[in-house]
Design a protein around this ligand. Structure first.
Ligand code: IFM
Length: 437
């Protein structure tokens, strides 16, 4: 990959927040010390996870969190984005675990940034039910009351788009429903849950609230009208459907008509002001008119009846996951959002960015991160108000339907011994942060 690596990294504005991210189900393990989540139920079925694994032990972070906090302190990050497991909070000893984790982070001088939902819904709940949004707000109030004396920055949801698409439309993630466009209520109920959570957090005194939405530029496969139309449609599904209810208080392209309940009144809740807008960026998508056949999309089979097809982005290096490496897509995404939403776009935080590569001397990961941080700086120079950047991920972990085959960590985890070994990229990120001062 061509990079500027070797040239000094440009300086980010004072107060810029540097961090790393993880999520509960992907690292905690200790699944029998909490009530089941939809992911426990899903992975119990045959053929759901490529290597047949489960998150029963994962990185055993639940028992080894002190070691992981020491790794964070050694890295010198300002902040750590982790997720609170709703099923664990419902279980004896669960709230105490997050007390201990938050205390350890504060003692290490690392700011805790909890995400309140990262896909591990209690197994007895269902996002097709509107009531799940209200149950979520109750749980959020509990967590805010418990941790609010030490936590000041909060994230409501992680990637409701993927949870809707992969979990409820295509069925390749938990809970494994294959509803295609009938999954739209799942998007609406999560967005409503987000708005109710913002209100619950405000009621508990929180002042620094955001969401982590996944976004990427969508490129039309050609200038042919059919390709451009398909790309616009995909952009609506991936980007606008999850951004515009929050930012503009409306669904794009009349999609509100397909949503359940009193949508106008729900949109007032969904658009409850937030303090910053979190973006998870991995790669752009190239999209064209439907082929009329099934499509392999990064290992996921998309059904033939979808009104678009996802194409390969040629001429780019790919990560071990097969995802194209396109750092300038991050600059493009952020400047497009700024141009689309103007002053209504809250300050942006990159809540995830990273790549899957094997090996401890992970020079490819260093090149990827270096290029993306520089691309982010170009967005700052172009006038986008960006306030932070979090690498996905601190540790190698359970990568959902891929199991343990994809390694996103700055720290290698040996899944037999659970030994942690910082990779070359850990040293690179630490040194980059020191140079930022
Ligand atoms: O591991 C996931 C994470 O849980 C959500 N965002 C994308 C990451 C890499 O696939």
């Amino acid at each position: 990959m061509a990079t500027d690596a070797g040239n000094p990294m440009p300086r980010f504005p004072a107060g810029f927040l540097w961090g790393v991210s993880t999520s509960a189900h992907q690292i905690e393990g200790a699944v029998d010390e909490r009530e089941p989540s939809v992911w426990d139920a899903f992975t119990a079925g045959p053929g759901r996870v490529k290597d047949g694994s489960t998150a029963a032990v994962a990185c055993d972070h639940y028992h080894r969190y002190r070691e992981d906090v020491a790794l964070l302190a050694g890295l010198g990050v300002d902040a750590y984005r982790f997720s609170v497991s709703w099923p664990r909070v419902n279980s004896p000893g669960g709230p105490e675990f997050y007390d201990r984790l938050v205390d350890a982070l504060c003692a290490a001088g690392v700011r805790p940034v909890p995400t309140l939902f990262h896909w591990d819904l209690p197994a007895r709940l269902d996002w097709l039910e509107r009531d799940t949004a209200s149950r979520f707000a109750e749980y959020v109030s509990l967590v805010a009351e418990r941790l609010g004396d030490r936590v000041s920055k909060w994230i409501t949801l992680n990637e409701p788009a993927e949870h809707t698409l992969l979990g409820h439309a295509l069925g390749v993630h938990a809970p494994g429903k294959q509803l295609l466009f009938d999954a739209l209520p799942v998007a609406h109920h999560q967005l409503l849950a987000h708005g109710l959570a913002v209100r619950a957090l405000r009621a508990a005194g929180a002042t620094d609230i955001g969401i982590a939405n996944s976004h990427g530029p969508v490129w039309a496969a050609s200038e042919e009208p059919a390709d451009a139309e398909a790309a616009d449609f995909y952009d609506v599904l991936l980007n606008r459907l999850f951004a515009e209810p929050l930012i503009l208080g409306e669904y794009p392209c009349g999609l509100g008509e397909l949503m359940p309940g009193d949508v106008e009144s729900d949109l007032k809740v969904i658009a409850e002001p937030i303090d910053w807008y979190g973006v998870n960026y991995y790669a752009p998508a190239k999209v064209g008119a439907p082929h009329g056949t099934e499509i392999d999309f990064g290992g996921i089979t998309l059904p033939a009846e979808l009104p678009f097809s996802v194409r390969e982005i040629e001429g780019r290096p790919v990560t071990d996951f097969g995802w194209p490496v396109v750092p300038e897509g991050l600059t493009e995404l952020l400047t497009t959002f700024r141009d689309r939403y103007g002053d209504r776009l809250p300050p942006v935080v990159i809540t995830e960015n990273g790549c899957s590569y094997e090996g401890i001397d992970d020079q490819d990961r260093i090149a990827y991160l270096d290029a993306h941080v520089r691309a982010l700086h170009r967005a700052v120079q172009a006038g986008v108000d960006v306030r932070g950047y979090f690498v996905w991920s601190l540790l190698d972990n359970f990568e959902w339907a891929e199991g343990y085959a994809r390694r996103f960590g700055l720290v290698h985890v040996d899944y037999d011994t659970l030994e942690r070994t910082p990779k070359a990229s850990y040293g690179w990120f630490r040194d980059m942060l020191r140079a930022q001062g």
